[in-house]
Design a protein around this ligand. Sequence first.
Ligand code: ZN
Length: 505
Amino acid sequence: MSEPDAPAYTELIGHLQESALLASCSHLLGWDEQTYLPAQGAEHRAEQMALLAGLVHERTVSPRIGELLSELDRIDLGAETAAAANVREARRSYERATRLPKELVVELSRVTTLSQQAWVEARQAKDFKKFEPWLEKVIALKREEATAVGYGDGVPYDALLDDYEPGMTAEKVQAAFTPLRDDLVSLVQQIAGSSVTPDRSIVTRAYSIDAQRAFGRRAAEAIGFDFSAGRLDEAAHPFCSGIGPGDCRLTTRYDEHFFPQALFGTLHEAGHGLYEQGLNRDAFGTAMGHSASLGIHESQSRMWENFVGRRRAFWEHFLTPFRETFSTALGDVSLDEFYAAINIVEPSFIRVEADEVTYNLHIMLRFELEQLLISGDLSAADVPAAWNQKFEEFFSLSPPDDSVGCMQDVHWSAGLIGYFPTYALGNMYAAQFFNAAQSELGDLHQQFSRGEFAPLKDWLRTNIHQRGHLYQADRLLEVVTSETLSHEPLTDHLTSKFGELYNLG
Ligand code: ZN
């Protein structure tokens, strides 16, 4: 990329890259904490992480950055250039960080650490009352954060959402979610009334964990994840961590009697991993070497997990070797039966176990409650009742207790408010990107059924990964698909796929 000939720019980029190097050391320690750290090392690890977090924060709010940014104010960096993007994002993160009073940052970190512990205990005890005071504290601090950051003409929730999905607002999310919710509720009802009943036992038979491990790796390799620049390990809560150029680490978890967890989880994380591996290495530490948003990141993982991995074509290629590996479990199972079993749609309590259709409803429920909590229209004490009422409305089910209701996710206890919508945005972006890829690449179904995944991967690399954070998510979507955010491609995908599976009229 051509660099502007300004000493302030060179110094700024140098500063950002060194901060990113420092931060990547803590990412590596974080990965180790979730995978191999001996139990007794936890306390020392917490000190290491806190030290690094402090150093990174000091660098982020360094007055020198402010000086460099005001010098760069006077230079024309062009429209939609790499330099303009790098400076725009540097300014965004500097302004956000410097607007937050130090006492608030420290208090948020202290309260969310304690609140997560309280959440673990309260969830185990199925006792919301134990968590309630902590949720109240977290919400109060997040409201302070929103006020400090500012939200223009919008609502306080926007300031929180913007941290994960730059440029997105509650209003835009709502405009996409409302029609999607109506479509999904109706689709779920139609499926419930269908006479087609897939055989669930197919996915819960015995699948040896060693063989699952080998097959998961093979599938990740097949879609293009580069194991000479990455790893796959086990962790209680699966994630993908892009440590830096040439080092991207995935984790998954195995259940001998439920293979979809590890296999589709691996494809999901490998989708995140392909994004990380596809970023421009030389731009590490700058916006151009970074993902555009959490929603765009999630669009990549959902695409490989659902639009590819849960597609019939994928199994036209993979069922034969899969059946050879697990001949006892699958000897008598046809492709149709298998495809139906990995795509069962059924309302259930737990978000992370939800199918492709109901998943989005779980997100919308959280999005609605979060906004009420931040606007002050819902108190922490009223969360269980509000949750259960919405759950009944969306799923026609009542959670038997709060551990499988409003206390199932770690997010709120950790202060991650405004994060949930990015999961469903990812599904909508994925549908829009997939359509664009399909119209440029021809029949992807045919390609997948021959085990050819490189054309899609290369298309994503060129159109999304290599662009880093040149654009905000909505602009990237527009550049790649010539569309604005819409629920329709996702509705169309789900209606046609599940209409066929459940024989709907
Ligand atoms: Zn994900």
